[in-house]
Write a protein that binds this ligand. Structure first.
Ligand code: BG6
Length: 510
C-alpha cells in the first residue's frame, strides 16, 4: 500500500483546551482517549494543556487521579507511561457553575497560570461537552469574561456537541445567540459521524478515483439506501430520547451528513468552505415533504417487547419513558434531490434502535442491464450491481456483481469485490474523535457543520415533525430485534424495490 499524506505533517499551534462538563461521560470515553491517541502519534503540540471545568467538587489532584483510573479501562490503546505523565502534568481543574460569572473569572486566572507553565500562547479551544441548554449560556459567559476574543494572533475556538437545536426555530435562535459572541470561523459544530474513517473516505473514494464519477448519477444509479441500525435500545437515555426520538436524534445530523457526502457535486478544492458549500447546496436541493408525502413516504416505528426473549422489553418499559410514549425509535424516509444529477433517484434512509444487527452503510443500487441476455436465468437471479460503503462495524467498500458460476452450464451468481479497512491498513483502534480534535486545533472546519447546513437539515425534517406531533403513531409497531415495522417494507415495496437484506449480505461476505 502506498500512502499520500495530505496534511504534510503540519504541527498544530500551541493551545489550551478547556473542557466544559469535564466530569461527564464524553470526556472519559471519547475526548481523553482520543487526545492520548493523538499524543502517542505525536500530533499534539508540545505547548499544550487541558483545563477541565465542571460543577463537581473536584480539585486538580482528584481530577488527575480520576482520569488515571478511567483511562485504565477506557483508553483504546495502552498508554505509554511517559505519555500519560506528560498529560497528567498538563491537566488542571476549575470548579464552577456554568451560569456563574465568578467561575469564568477563576477559569481566566487558571488559563493565565497555565500560560506561564505550558506556554499555549493564548490559543484556546473551548469544548462544550455540556447539556444543550447550556450551549448559549457558556458562550455568552466566555464572551463576557473575554475568553472568546481573538487578538494579537491568538485564536479562540468553540466546539459544540449535538444536538444543535431541536427544530429549525431553536437552531436558528442558538446560531443567533452564539454569533453575538463568535464569528462563524470560531464555531466547530461537531458531528461524530464525520470522525469515522469510512465517512471521510467517501470524499476520497468519489473524488480521487476517475472510475467513480462517471457512474455517480441518475443515468446509472437506480436508488440509494442509507441504513444506520443499532442493536441497543435507548439504554439509560430515556429522558433525553423522549424529547428527541429517532428522527431528531439521527436524521438532520448523521444521516444528512452521509447523504450530502454521497450526493454532493465535486468541490473546487478541499478547502473547508469549498466542500461545505457543495454539501449545503445538495441539502438545499432535498425536497421538504408535503403533509401528504409525510403520510405516504415517511414511516415511524417504536419497538415493543422482543418476541424471542422475555428479557428484552419494549421502549415504553425503559426507565424515564412514558407508558404511552409517542416517541419513535425507528424511521424510514424517502427523499428526492431536485437537481440534474439526482432527479428521479430516490434516497431511502432508515435508522432505528433494537434492530437485529448493528450496521451503518450506504448502498448505491445501480440500474439493471438494459436487456436480459441470459434468457434461461430467472430474472430474480440477475441482481443489479451494488456498491456498498460499509461504515460500521465493518469498514470498507464492496462492489457486488454478477459472475458465471464455474461449470458446463451457464449459471449466474453474485460475487463481491471487497476492500476492507482493517485488512488493508491494520490501523489501531480509535475513538473517531482524533481527527476531529486535531482539525479543531489545526483550524480546519471542513468536517464541521456550518450554520446554514444545520438549519437546512432542520428545515427538511420540520414538516415531518409537525405531522408526527399532530398525529400519534400506532405504537409499538415492531418487536425489538426486527428490522422495523411492516410499513417500512411497504414504503420501498410500493416502488418495486426492497431494503437490502443486511443479514444475508453479511452472511455471504463472512
Ligand atoms: C448519537 C445518538 O448521536 O449517535 C445516539 O444520540 C446514537 O442515539 C449514536 O446511538 C450512534 O452513534 P454510533 O457512532 O454508535 O453509530
Amino acid at each position: 500500500m502506498n500512502q499520500v499524506n495530505f496534511q504534510h505533517g503540519r504541527m498544530p499551534d500551541p493551545c489550551a483546551m478547556v473542557i466544559f462538563g469535564a466530569s461527564g461521560d464524553l470526556t472519559k470515553r471519547k475526548l481523553l482517549p482520543a487526545l492520548c491517541n493523538l499524543a502517542a502519534s505525536k500530533l499534539l503540540p508540545r505547548q499544550f494543556a487541558i483545563v477541565g471545568f465542571a460543577y463537581g467538587n473536584a480539585t486538580t489532584d482528584s481530577f488527575r487521579e480520576q482520569l488515571t483510573q478511567d483511562m485504565k479501562s477506557l483508553a483504546t490503546n495502552p498508554i505509554e507511561p511517559h505519555v500519560w505523565d506528560w498529560f497528567l502534568e498538563r491537566i488542571h481543574y476549575v470548579q464552577g457553575d456554568f451560569q456563574d460569572p465568578a467561575a469564568y473569572q477563576r477559569l481566566a486566572d487558571k488559563l493565565a497560570e497555565v500560560e506561564k507553565d505550558h506556554g499555549p500562547l493564548g490559543n484556546r479551544l473551548h469544548y462544550l461537552a455540556v447539556a444543550p441548554k447550556f450551549f448559549a449560556e457558556v458562550v455568552r459567559q466566555l464572551g463576557n469574561a473575554g475568553l472568546a476574543q481573538e487578538d494579537k494572533g491568538r485564536w479562540s475556538r468553540v466546539v459544540i456537541e449535538k444536538p444543535f437545536g431541536r427544530d429549525l426555530q431553536s437552531a436558528r435562535q442558538l446560531n443567533r445567540e452564539i454569533k453575538q459572541v463568535l464569528q462563524e470561523k470560531q464555531i466547530y459544530r461537531i458531528d461524530h459521524y464525520l470522525g469515522k474513517e469510512t465517512v471521510q473516505n467517501l470524499l476520497v473514494f468519489r473524488f480521487s478515483n476517475s472510475i467513480a464519477e462517471p457512474l455517480w448519477n441518475r443515468n446509472l444509479i437506480d436508488h440509494v439506501q442509507i441504513t444506520a441500525a443499532e442493536t441497543v435500545g435507548v439504554e439509560r437515555r430515556g429522558g433525553y430520547y423522549e424529547t428527541s426520538g429517532a428522527l431528531r436524534d439521527m436524521v438532520p445530523n448523521h444521516l444528512f451528513q452521509l447523504l450530502s457526502l454521497t450526493a454532493m457535486e465535486p468541490p473546487i478544492s478541499f478547502d473547508a468552505d469549498a466542500v461545505r458549500d457543495k454539501q449545503a447546496e445538495v441539502l438545499r436541493a432535498i425536497q421538504p415533504p408535503t403533509q401528504e408525502e409525510v403520510l405516504t413516504k415517511m414511516v415511524r416505528g417504536q419497538y415493543g417487547p422482543s418476541l424471542r426473549s422475555s428479557a428484552v422489553g419494549g421502549y415504553r418499559d425503559e426507565p424515564d419513558v412514558a407508558a404511552d410514549s409517542n416517541t419513535e425509535t425507528f424511521v424510514a424516509l424517502k427523499f428526492t434531490i431536485d437537481n440534474w444529477r439526482w432527479a428521479d433517484v430516490p434516497f431511502y434512509l432508515r435508522t432505528g434502535k433494537c434492530m437485529p444487527r448493528r450496521v451503518t452503510e450506504i448502498a448505491i443500487h445501480f440500474r439493471r442491464t438494459p436487456f436480459v441476455l441470459f434468457r434461461n436465468t430467472p430474472i430474480k437471479d440477475l441482481q443489479p450491481n451494488k456498491l456498498v460503503i460499509h461504515i460500521q462495524p465493518r469498514e470498507g467498500i464492496s462492489i457486488q456483481m454478477g459472475a458465471k458460476i464455474p461449470g458446463p452450464i451457464m449459471n449466474l451468481g453474485q460475487v463481491n469485490m471487497d476492500f476492507d479497512y482493517a485488512r488493508e491498513f491494520h490501523s489501531s483502534p480509535a475513538t473517531g474523535y482524533e481527527r476531529l480534535l486535531h482539525d479543531c486545533i489545526l483550524g480546519d472546519q471542513t468536517l464541521f457543520q456550518r450554520a446554514d447546513m444545520v438549519e437546512t437539515g432542520w428545515s427538511v425534517i420540520e414538516p415531518i415533525q409537525e405531522v408526527w406531533t399532530a398525529l400519534p403513531g400506532h405504537f409499538p409497531n415492531y418487536p425489538a430485534g426486527t428490522w422495523g415495522p411492516e410499513t417500512a417494507d411497504a414504503l420501498i415495496g410500493r416502488d418495486g424495490r426492497e431494503w437490502r437484506r443486511i443479514d444475508e449480505a453479511a452472511a455471504a461476505a463472512a
